[in-house]
Design a protein. Structure first.
Length: 86
């Protein structure tokens, strides 16, 4: 497993800090990014968490998928490589 995770079904109220705090309970987090809509500057409801090592990422999928954060049940899975733009 890679060390970058996709996190979906985020509340619009979830911040990168609150997301980081949740995932740091599992292991050392390298980066947290919540994807924002450029026009509204509002969360698109998903983001990415990158762990320092892949073992912690695998544990996070097992332990945090389906957990509640800010009133929403989050989806946690291994991030896929982006599709090349045409």
């Amino acid at each position: 497993m890679k060390n970058k995770l996709f996190v979906g079904n985020l509340s619009w109220d979830t911040t990168e800090d609150s997301l980081r705090a949740m995932f740091e309970q599992i292991g050392e987090v390298q980066e947290v990014v919540i994807i924002m809509d450029r026009r509204t500057n509002r969360s698109k409801g998903f983001g990415f968490v990158t762990f320092v090592n892949a073992e912690d990422a695998a544990r996070a999928v097992e332990e945090l998928n389906g957990k509640e954060l800010d009133g929403r049940e989050i989806n946690v899975s291994e991030a896929r490589d982006p599709k090349p733009r045409e």
